[in-house]
Design a protein around this ligand. Structure first.
Ligand SMILES: Nc1ncnc2c1ncn2[C@@H]1O[C@H](COP(=O)(O)OP(=O)(O)O)[C@@H](O)[C@H]1O
Ligand SMILES: CSC[C@H]1O[C@H](OP(=O)(O)O)[C@H](O)[C@@H]1O
Length: 398
């Protein structure tokens, strides 16, 4: 059967993806097209189609299940619509920091977007020793603008509630609630860790103080609809070069606590930092300073100049708000570090470490870091404190 833009849902193949691109006239008639499925994420198909001049497009399609697990884990196709709508909204706020969306089709669960193959996924670049000098300045701006303009400070009360309705994303939120905030803290089937980590894992499961703090963080995630979040802002969801930064993959978008997006980014920088020896950490840690500085600078400026909320002029309110975002972000970062170490979805930063003995040792340090961030979030005042914690409590790795 030939897929057309009017066909009912079926998963694309490399061949039907080409047919669809031709049907939608993305390429000149008669162009010689090549297509490759390049999806390396946990959930979706991603087709890269290019012509003989290497001009390309990306067709991303949701599957009716989670790809990483298979058909036994059914998952809503609506996530493609959420992703397309988030990108369309973000195009009005941070057009230079996201891919252009050319076409969406709810029935086919596809988003056709700008080909970013000339850039590199940040996680992969970090693993190759690259640094992306503008990454965190850009992500700070991205966070400040996307979060401020969709919050009660940047958006009219009625409009915010309507947008909130359009971005209810229960199935994808449930994944985060389970995989980030619950399963790693209990003996759950979804967890995945090396047998040598069992002692450290059991310590987590038996730590009542830790679990109380995770319970509070989960509750904040469940109930605190502050702004429209990306919802999965890790270094595998960001393309970059020396000069450009583009955020992709916002299918987990929903109205949640601002600190969650900030904390996911912090955590994934930290997950790279702990793989490095002390002497090699400075360049990666500088991303933490830059992103927080960039975020607070732009967010504060918008708060002072563009707020629609009367109380934002009240002395002390901005400081109170930013402190809350920071504390939330540190706690959320701790949960992300732990779940990326022993939960269902790992990160290459840790999993590619060799030899095995060193991998286990770094993962033990990651678990310690996650626990410390969660339990001490209220006392960690700034990025200097995070850096000191890494230096003094988390062993450098040769
Ligand atoms: N716009 C794009 N341009 C080029 N490659 C892309 C683009 N979007 C996604 N990809 C590739 O597809 C991979 C998976 O995309 P992603 O959106 O993260 O999928 P998933 O939702 O399954 O995690 C990315 O790591 C990247 O290699
Ligand atoms: C079963 S989904 C697991 C995991 O995958 C998502 O990441 P990505 O879309 O980047 O592959 C998200 O982080 C989920 O928690």
């Amino acid at each position: 059967m030939t897929i057309t833009a009017t066909t009912e849902y079926e998963p694309l193949t490399e061949s039907t993806a080409i047919t669809l691109a031709q049907d939608l006239k993305f390429f000149k008639e008669g162009a010689l097209l090549h297509c490759r499925e390049i999806g390396d994420g946990n959930l979706n198909l991603v087709f890269h189609i290019r012509d003989e001049n290497n001009t390309g497009i990306i067709i991303k399609q949701a599957l009716p299940y989670a790809k990483v697990v298979g058909e036994s884990w059914p998952l809503t196709l609506h996530r493609a619509t959420i992703e397309g709508n988030y990108l369309k909204n973000a195009a009005t706020l941070v057009p230079n920091l996201i891919p252009k969306v050319y076409y969406t089709n709810e029935a086919l669960a596809i988003t056709i977007m700008e080909d970013l193959s000339h850039l590199e996924i940040v996680r992969n670049g970090f693993l190759e020793g690259k640094n992306f000098p503008l990454l965190s300045k850009h992500i700070g701006e991205y966070l400040a603008k996307t979060l401020f303009y969709t919050s009660d400070f940047g958006l009219n009360q009625q409009d915010k509630k309507k947008l909130q309705q359009a971005f209810t994303n229960p199935e994808l939120c449930k994944i985060t609630e389970d995989l980030v905030f619950t399963d790693p803290f209990y003996e759950s089937e979804t967890n995945d860790y090396e047998p040598e980590l069992l002692g450290s894992v059991e310590e987590i499961w038996n730590d009542a103080e830790l679990k109380l703090e995770v319970a509070k963080l989960k509750y904040t995630f469940l109930t605190n609809g502050e702004a429209l979040l990306h919802g999965d802002l890790h270094t595998g969801s960001i393309f970059a070069s020396e000069i450009d930064t583009k955020v992709i993959d916002p299918e987990f978008a929903f109205f949640g606590p601002i600190g969650f997006d900030v904390g996911q980014f912090f955590a994934n920088i930290l997950l790279q930092a702990i793989t490095r020896d002390d002497s090699q950490r400075a360049s990666i840690i500088s991303h933490l300073y830059q992103v927080w500085e960039g975020f607070t600078f732009t967010f504060s400026d918008l708060w002072k100049t563009e707020s629609v909320e009367h109380f934002t002029q009240t002395p002390g309110y901005l400081d109170f708000f930013l402190k809350k975002v920071f504390t939330d972000a540190i706690g959320f970062a701790g949960c992300e570090v732990i779940r990326r170490t022993i939960g269902l979805a790992h990160v290459a930063d840790l999993d590619t470490i060799q030899p095995y003995k060193r991998k286990i040792s770094v993962k033990q340090q990651a678990l310690l870091l996650g626990q410390t961030l969660i339990k001490n979030a209220a006392n960690i005042r700034n990025i200097q404190d995070v850096e000191s914690l890494l230096k003094n409590e988390i062993k450098g790795n040769e």
